[in-house]
Design a protein around this ligand. Sequence first.
Ligand code: ZN
Length: 377
Amino acid sequence: MNDKIVWDISITAPSQYQAISNGVLLETTEVDKNRKWQFNMDIPMSSYLVAMVVGNYEVEKKMSASQKQMELYYYPEDLQKAEPTYRHTIKMFDFLEQEIGIEYPWKVYKQIPVKDFLYSGMENTTATIYSDQFVVDDIAFNDGNYVTVNAHEMAHQWFGNLVTETSGKHHWLQEGFATYYSMLAEQEIYGEDHYYMTLFENAESLIAQTKAGRGTALLDPKASSLTFYQHGAWALHALRDEIGDVDFKLSVRTYLKQYAGRNVTTDDFLKIVSNTSGKDMSEFKNRWLTNTQFPSAEALQLLRKSNFMEQYFQLAARSISSFDESFNSYKETLRSPVNELLVEEMISQLILHKKTIESLNFIKKPLQPEMLRLDKP
Ligand SMILES: [Zn+2]
């Protein structure tokens, strides 16, 4: 992890296959019945990020706004699935470059599905590998898709690959950051309410972990995945609220510039935040990084800054009331413009009350048919 070197990989394989590895493909040469692929990298990287894939693949090549080449690999039989699988890829890539404020450091970014993969995805530098269970057609896309994993592994290219933790104690610098920036990328696509809903759902899981006595501190190398990923993202949300957008973005930019191609600790990051914002970070560290409990009161305060969350909490509180008591609240929820997330919560309460959407027949017009899908318990 701490030995970063420049890798130039070559692969020799039967020529009917496609070989893929980190970096730019310099050349291919025929060697008897085989072919040799020669790849070039020019920034040092850790050995756990090396990737080699050989198989039957087609590739779709696209360009980002910054003229980085995107190589989107798919199995030859999956041509129809390529578009839904890679939907939003360029938009998220362009967004991350803008949001992070540091150009993607390499010339090419490849994504390759593989069979029987142990994880959802692995963010190998310039060559993310992901489980082919995320390869979906247009219809299956609605039930589950690659968007979140796509954004997460993409964000790792900066957080994990360009700068790398010195040890497991600082694992949130990779997983917390990748989770946070993938949430921002999804916000760009699905909107702010979706972002807050994700924060809220993650907080519920973290509170449950604390209540079950299994809470772990973010700086504990043996912390749970829930802590590293979701608590880590929460810590960054809280930090941004505390120091403001401008200082937050400047801190992240400075951090990536200063430690590009190197290893980092949490204190390296906090020192930059402190210098940038002029604020002492020890209270933040105690509350969010070394605390084994999830700070639920602070999290609730932060959620309440969203008008949508306020509306959501008011509606959610109705779940212990009777249908008649909640009737006006439901009526309010259906007032145009309708918020799909609020309607989903309302419908789940109707199911609890053993009522159907027809029992709210005073106003059905703003509802789109797809919003009624929860109406069938
Ligand atoms: Zn990750």
